[in-house]
Design a binder for this molecule. Structure first.
Ligand code: F6R
Length: 264
């Protein structure tokens, strides 16, 4: 796991955007796994800016991590709506290659199976963008989610429902269930890129990076991934025991190659 601690929140966001832009620039037909939530809003603002500066999204294929069960794509709190408003509208992304689970599917589990099969059919995800919940969830894989899980329906914890209350009119409207990629679906991506900012995420970040691999902290499964990059601001990194070591390896959050350090 590569842990990059940037000097501040804005720098952490910019670093993640830079990695995504580099991926799409080098491989314009990349398959991207995308996340929603508050943390990603400024990342998508950067991507829209990069698009205005000439980056084309026309050939990308995307799969979002999750969607609330029961919400149709035009519901203002749906992740379909979030993605259109915050990233895709006004870009040249091809709507036919943008994928999110249908929250209003008559049979949500069948929809989850269809979604998983579709990811496989395009050859898997090149770069999976992730946020982290305060309880260590990735996607909507809440604590005790099977580390071997694939896309399926999950029951949201009360903590997650309350954290997302701000996107709904009142508590009763916050869905109880979501269709989410499973942990194993996420681990199948060729590169996982997780962004966490703010002190509220510090305990979850510690569990993910330095805790035991455990279904109790689903994000800790990333320790098993051969190419996982975790980008943090100082607040989210605050509880890490080996923080100085991560700073030493990647000063200021810049990658340093062993070969560069040992030249000559
Ligand atoms: C949403 C998702 C979630 C969020 C997480 C953090 O697609 O995958 O795992 O990344 O709940 O949300 P924020 O960024 O709002 O703190």
């Amino acid at each position: 796991m590569k842990v990059l601690i940037l000097p501040d929140r804005a720098a952490a966001i910019a670093r993640v955007a830079e990695i995504i832009v580099a991926q799409v620039s080098c491989a314009p037909a990349s398959v991207l796994g995308l996340a929603t939530g508050g943390t990603m809003l400024p990342v998508y603002a950067h991507l829209r800016e990069a698009h205005r500066g000439g980056l084309s999204l026309a050939r990308i294929t995307s799969f979002n991590l999750d969607e609330y069960v029961g919400l149709p794509p035009d519901h203002p709190a749906s992740y379909h709506c979030y993605m259109r408003e915050n990233l895709f509208d006004g870009t040249d992304a091809d709507a036919a290659r943008i994928h999110l689970p249908r929250g209003d599917a008559p049979d949500p589990q069948q929809e989850a199976d269809r979604y998983e099969a579709k990811i496989e059919a395009v050859g898997g995800i090149d770069l999976q963008l992730l946020g982290i919940g305060r309880n260590g969830h990735i996607g909507f894989n809440e604590p005790t989610s099977s580390l071997g899980s694939r896309t399926r329906v999950k029951t949201l914890t009360e903590d997650t429902r309350m954290a997302n209350l701000r996107f709904f009119d009142d508590e009763a409207q916050v869905p109880q269930f979501a269709i989410t990629m499973g942990i194993q679906t996420i681990l199948s991506a060729r590169h996982c890129l997780l962004l966490a900012t703010g002190r509220k995420k510090a305990a979850a970040v510690r569990g993910m990076v330095e805790g035991p691999v455990s279904a109790f902290c689903p994000a800790s499964a990333l320790q098993m991934h051969p190419r996982a990059t975790v980008v943090l601001d100082p607040d989210a990194a605050e509880a890490l025991t080996l923080r100085n070591y991560y700073d030493h390896i990647h000063p200021g959050g810049r990658s340093r190659l062993y070969s560069e350090l040992h030249r000559g």
